[in-house]
Design a binder for this molecule. Structure first.
Ligand SMILES: Nc1ncnc2c1ncn2[C@@H]1O[C@H](COP(=O)(O)OP(=O)(O)O)[C@@H](O)[C@H]1O
Ligand SMILES: [Mg+2]
Length: 256
């Protein structure tokens, strides 16, 4: 197998129980390198729980997760960043009282609080240059000294993306990156993600409800409902899949 067919991320029989509730039930899927893969499904389907297992915030009840050929099922969350796995959160997790520039510089040093304190006193030129490059890319270069918490919602989401990119990830995990964005901002996000994957080979796994974005950028879509995988395939197939349409009935449809 060559690099294009060997999965970068492999989820095998992932199961997560919270007390009596099975949030994720024997879920398996693979993400190929350099591709954009979407995880969709109605609210409560288990998407965020799956994400939290991959980024190692939750311990699965069963199953295995492997990344770049290594079993990472029992890794700590901090070890995932070191391997090149970056994530953003469904609810933003920025340092509100730091500036835009500082939030991204912080991402370039993913090795803890002491490194951060040193960094903020005397940022290394190369890191600062890289941070500026990322902020240019997400359209925030004019906001370097602005307080992160004072930005509007769309800009905060773009800042979180820039911070995730600051670790130069191989795999970028995005939980609802387009939620709350305006159309113009969604178009921008579309361009950034497409570029990352096709030009830089970054692999993207996103959970998203905004179907306009999912259908436009995804190479492959995995659909979950009540913890199970109910369908998987390219966008054109998923759009017309009877099980998928049924899962979404009464919850807004795929063309929302
Ligand atoms: N930490 C938790 N404790 C208990 N139940 C949880 C927890 N996280 C998620 N759940 C439950 O697991 C199910 C799946 O949730 P989630 O993964 O957030 O779904 P989605 O992201 O697809 O909307 C839901 O029923 C939710 O209430
Ligand atoms: Mg969720």
């Amino acid at each position: 197998m060559n690099d294009q067919t060997q999965a970068l991320l492999s989820i095998d029989g992932l199961t997560v129980r919270f007390g009596g509730l099975t949030a994720v039930d024997d879920l398996s899927f693979q993400v190929l390198p350099g591709r954009i893969h979407a995880l969709i499904g109605p609210n409560g389907a288990g998407k965020s729980t799956t994400f939290n297992c991959i980024s190692r915030y939750y311990d699965p009840t069963g199953g295995a997760i492997s990344f770049a050929g290594a079993d990472v099922t029992r890794h700590r969350a901090a070890d995932m960043a070191a391997l090149g796995v970056a994530r953003t959160f469904q609810n933003l997790e920025l340092f509100n009282d730091l500036t835009v520039e500082e939030n991204v510089l912080l991402g370039t040093y993913s090795y803890g609080a002491r490194g951060l304190a040193r960094l903020l006193r005397r940022p290394v030129a190369a890191n600062r240059e890289f941070a500026h490059h990322l902020l240019e890319r997400v359209g925030l270069i004019d906001f370097l000294d602005a307080r992160a918490g004072g930005l509007d919602f769309g800009r905060q989401k773009m800042l979180e993306l820039a911070r995730a990119l600051a670790i130069k990830p191989r795999l970028l995990l995005l939980d609802e990156p387009a939620a709350g964005l305006r159309n113009r901002e969604i178009d921008k996000l579309d361009g950034i993600l497409t570029d990352l994957a096709s030009r830089e080979g970054v692999t993207v796994l996103l959970v998203e409800h905004v179907m306009q974005l999912v259908m436009s950028i995804s190479d492959r879509i995995t659909v979950m409902s009540f913890g199970h995988k109910i369908a998987e395939g390219p966008p054109a197939e998923i759009r017309s899949d009877a099980r998928v349409i049924e899962a979404y009935l009464g919850k807004g449809n795929l063309d929302e």
